[in-house]
Design a protein around this ligand. Structure first.
Ligand SMILES: Cc1ncc(COP(=O)(O)O)c(C=O)c1O
Length: 404
């Protein structure tokens, strides 16, 4: 049975070109980049090359890139490091209700330490109202943290507009760009960003490496203390092979992004149209404006069924998708993103994310379209909710369902 992987927002396979450039750093280029001798020098040079590759992709300069272990570390560092550095200037952060836990839980932890956090609401399509942002700003606000694109719905947020607001009020601006780098154009200058976070494993580099862009001159207290690596911004001997891989993945993303966008978007649209045509009683989660969503992401609720049971049934056909984000699956709580969008609770439980990537083919999409409608119907036939016997107008659950 051919395996079909449609969970690229959870993680992506390491690309062959990336693996190839990494391998020497497990063998002959084993030196510690901080060592002054030949073994260290060769490795230090490779890290600097990767720094340039990452910087080029987001229109930053290499000195503004710091390598970290993952997106979660980058988000923690951006938020906690900024607040520690700006202690005395203010204690108010503005973020959104739909952030990844790497941001949300960091903010919740900071609340326990006495910081004030405003969590901006979203509408039923998961969109922000920038008037809410303007209204939330006080003279104590020191940081705005809004994700570039949402990992569950794929919604892209108006980062350039938010950047203008942050600049007008002289507030530090951070974005979690873990899902958007490599998928849509990301330019830290245009967006007036001070801090931006990237994760390797979402873009064909390995797990265990990420990067944070820190605008030149931005004060930041390190999370990790120890050695002088990364210009004293992040202690710890670098993950050299991972960093080299991340650099290569960023280089590839820069060269291929437009082609990637067109190809993956066409596949996602084919899947979206096919599901919409063939499966009744579904709800799209996210903005219906496909231009305002990541090209690879589709999140749909299938009324009357549990997302988990759909995933297990699709898995029997070799199809890997996801319900909620990988970090929250395993919990019975519906996703906080669906909650923030006020998705009716049974629909939230049935939300299913298909996220496509470099290796996805037309045949993969068509296989899903062949298997999914009958699978949904089979599970529905077993569900007492489905056979409620009322018309759509009479039933509260049915009423909340709308077609894509
Ligand atoms: C939007 C977003 N931010 C942060 C992260 C965390 O990244 P990492 O897995 O590299 O810690 C993820 C991972 O799913 C994500 O989707």
């Amino acid at each position: 049975m051919k395996q079909i992987y449609l969970d690229y927002n959870a993680t992506s396979p390491v690309r062959p070109e990336v693996l190839e450039v990494m391998l020497p750093f497990f063998k002959e280029h084993f030196g510690n980049p901080s060592s002054v001798h030949w073994a260290g020098r060769a490795v230090a040079g490779a890290i600097e090359k990767a720094r340039e590759q990452v910087a080029d992709l987001i229109n930053a300069s290499p000195a503004e890139i710091v390598f970290v272990s993952c997106g979660s570390e980058g988000d923690n560092m951006a938020i906690k490091g900024t607040l520690a550095a700006l202690k005395g200037k203010g204690n108010h952060i503005i973020t959104t209700t739909v952030e990844h836990p790497a941001v949300l839980d960091t903010c919740k932890a900071l609340e326990k330490d006495g910081y004030d956090v405003t969590y901006l609401p979203v509408d039923k399509d998961g969109q922000l109202d920038l008037a809410d942002l303007e209204a939330a700003i006080t003279d104590k606000t020191v940081l705005i943290s809004v994700m570039w694109a949402n990992n569950e719905t794929g919604n892209i947020y108006p980062i350039e507009e938010i950047g203008k607001i942050a600049k007008k009020h002289n507030i530090r601006f951070h974005t979690d760009a873990v899902q958007s780098v490599g998928k849509v154009p990301v330019d830290v200058q245009k967006a007036n960003l001070d801090l931006l976070v990237i994760s390797g494993h979402k873009i064909g580099a390995p797990k265990g490496v990420g990067a944070i862009y820190i605008r030149r001159g931005t004060r930041m207290t390190p999370l990790l203390h120890g050695g002088h690596q990364e210009r004293n911004r992040r202690a710890g001997t670098q993950n050299v092979a991972g960093i080299v891989g991340l650099g290569k993945a960023c280089e590839l993303a820069g060269v291929e992004r437009e082609e990637y966008y067109k190809r993956v978007r066409a596949l996602r649209d084919r899947l979206e149209d096919g599901i919409s045509d063939q499966v009744p009683d579904i709800k799209l989660n996210g903005t219906p404006d496909r231009d305002q969503r990541l090209p690879n992401t589709l999140n749909v609720s299938f009324a009357y069924i549990e997302g988990e049971s759909l995933l297990l049934n699709l898995d029997m056909f070799g199809i890997a998708a996801s319900s909620g984000s990988a970090c929250t699956s395993g919990s019975l709580e519906p996703s906080h993103v669906m909650g923030a969008m006020c998705v009716e609770v049974t629909l939230a439980h049935s939300s299913t994310r298909f996220s496509l990537g470099h290796e996805t083919t037309v045949a993969d999409v068509d296989k899903v379209l062949e298997v999914l409608p009958a699978t949904v119907q089979r599970i529905r036939d077993m569900s007492p909710l489905y056979n409620c016997g009322k018309t759509t107008d009479e039933c509260e659950t049915c009423e909340t369902v709308r077609r894509i």
